[in-house]
Design a protein around this ligand. Structure first.
Ligand code: PEP
Ligand code: MN
Length: 335
């Protein structure tokens, strides 16, 4: 961290800054440029609040040299993390595909889709039991009954389950029953929930918020990891822009950018990113080509009758065609 002082700052104005920082174990070194006077700080500055420092009238601005996400950042963990979850690997060259319906609707639906995606090589089964819906009148999931159906699908197919938690009241049941706990785009800045989920020390799929910057996503991830979780998969699912032709705008460059900044695996959700099943195929291939570590795709056996997100769901057969190509593109991208 570097503090840039205003021109003409007097020594007596700087003394209290020295005292405050050295009381916190920070070594402060003065740097005198040709026109600018600066204070360089050595030591762990992650807990130093820029806001409170800016209360000193002699400070012009503060620059952080180190990213504030120590656990998620690559600096202290240069190698790619390879996560091993229920016998599946993701990250560091291992590509994993999560597939299934937006929502669990009934037993037949989830069992059929689970068997379908398993047959075409999915590594994990997705399905919402607790659904965040814009309208309070829309189908909001089967709740705990949905979770039971997911468990049945897991028992039949062997696919580990990925499902979203919405409330801390379900922490215990998710800890026991869910293989990967999803935190959705709308809860990515619910810092209490992030911490509590992290404390379960279970694998987490963390989605980027509708308007989160990449650094905000990484800070959200830091909250999860500060709770104790180590296995976090980051998910780019499209962001809000001025464009209305698609549901969101898929930020594919988030894949290489995140790979620069973090050691954690990055997956793409082409379904929520585009909102249209017709676009899922091309964006999935593009994601694999961009170096993504996996995909999370909405698959439905009867999209036109889906209770949620039918327009962006592909069928198991379409999923099969896609998987074949995606794996080949990933192999080329990983060369
Ligand atoms: C989902 O994956 O079911 C979902 C609701 O996604 P998001 O949080 O990205 O909108
Ligand atoms: Mn959905």
């Amino acid at each position: 961290m570097i503090i840039i002082l205003k021109p003409g700052t007097e020594q007596r104005e700087v003394e209290p800054i020295y005292r405050l920082l050295s009381a916190q174990g920070i070594i402060v070194q003065e740097i005198q440029g040709s026109h600018t006077r600066m204070l360089g700080m050595a030591g762990d500055t992650s807990h130093i609040s820029e806001d409170s420092l800016m209360c000193f009238p002699c400070i012009e601005r503060i620059m952080r040299v180190q990213e504030p996400y120590k656990l998620a950042g690559r600096k202290f963990h240069p190698a790619d993390s390879v996560l091993e979850i229920a016998g599946r690997r993701i990250g560091g060259g291992n590509f994993a595909v999560i597939a299934g319906p937006c929502s669990v609707e009934n037993e037949r639906q989830i069992l059929e889709i689970a068997a379908g995606v398993k047959g075409f090589g999915a590594d994990f089964l997705r399905g919402g039991a607790f659904k965040p819906r814009t309208s309070p009148y829309a189908f909001s999931g089967l709740g705990l009954d949905g979770l039971e159906l997911l468990k049945r699908a897991r028992a039949e197919t062997g696919l580990p389950i990925v499902t979203e938690i919405m409330s801390s009241e379900h922490l215990a049941v998710f800890a026991q029953d869910v293989d990967v706990i999803q935190i959705g785009a709308r809860n990515v800045q619910n810092f209490t929930l992030l911490r509590q989920v992290g404390e379960l020390k279970k694998p987490v799929l963390l989605k980027r918020g509708l308007s989160s910057t990449i650094d905000e996503l990484l800070m959200a991830c830091e909250h999860v990891m500060a709770g104790g979780a180590t296995d976090v998969i980051l998910c780019e699912r499209g962001i809000r822009t001025f464009e209305t032709s698609t549901r969101n705008t898929l930020d594919l460059s988030a894949v290489p950018v995140l790979h620069q900044k973090t050691h954690l695996p990055v997956v793409i959700d082409p379904s929520h990113a585009t909102g249209y099943w017709q676009l899922v195929h091309s964006m999935s291939l593009a994601a694999a080509a961009a170096g993504a570590d996996g995909l999370i795709i909405e698959v439905h056996n009867n999209p036109e009758k889906a209770l949620c997100d039918g327009a962006q769901s592909i069928t198991p057969a379409q999923f099969g065609v896609l998987m074949d190509k995606v794996r080949r593109i990933h192999a080329i991208a990983a060369e």
